[in-house]
Write a protein that binds this ligand. Structure first.
Ligand code: ZN
Length: 189
């Protein structure tokens, strides 16, 4: 499928500019959150991720599944590829990933395979989150790579942007149902 050009959408959320002096989990999650805003501007589900190594961000990506017609184009997968290219090694033991929502089964699995150091995430996902909520793929007893994860980083912000995005989608879809001629971007809720 060809890549569909999408008009930039305005996002009601503003980027955060954290102090460079305090590079804690909130600092890195702020950058992941800024990536989520970039996803919104492409009309993508607003999820962002960054990968940190020795205090420096070596990868930053956001969900691009719709833009690229690729269900694997999640923020975490794109960030993993960027990071492995940046360091020239597919093993990310010395790297930590920060993502605005708890990783899905695919991304949690990829993080095991990539031998990630530690994962920090924002919003927990009881339904599909596979780093502690639905299941914990980072702690499979027989796996040859296990890692720690910590949820709830900037949870209010990372929750609010997703909640607002899906609310907007629902109202757009409701409006289209009243206007059958305007169904170009119809997406089932
Ligand atoms: Zn995913």
């Amino acid at each position: 499928m060809p890549i569909t050009p999408i008009e930039p959408k305005s996002c009601p959320f503003e980027k955060i500019h954290p102090s460079e002096l305090n590079r804690d989990a909130d600092y890195f999650m702020s950058h992941a959150y800024n990536e989520a805003i970039e996803a919104w501007k492409k009309d993508e589900v607003p999820i962002g991720a960054v990968i940190e190594r020795k205090g420096r961000i070596i990868a930053a990506a956001h969900n691009q599944s719709r833009t690229t017609n690729d269900p694997t184009a999640h923020a975490e997968i794109l960030a993993i590829s960027q990071a492995t290219h940046a360091i020239g090694d597919w093993r990310l033991n010395e790297c930590n990933l920060y993502v605005t929502k708890e990783p899905c089964p695919m991304c949690s699995g990829a993080l095991v395979i990539a031998r990630i150091g530690k994962v920090f995430y924002g919003l927990r996902d009881e339904k599909m989150g596979c780093l502690g909520s639905a299941i914990n793929l980072g702690a499979l007893p027989q796996s040859n790579h296990q890692f720690e994860s910590q949820g709830g980083i900037l949870e209010t912000l990372t929750h609010e942007i997703l909640r607002a995005f899906f609310e907007k989608k629902r109202s757009e879809n409701a409006a289209r149902k009243n206007n059958p001629n305007d169904s170009d971007n119809f997406e089932p809720a």
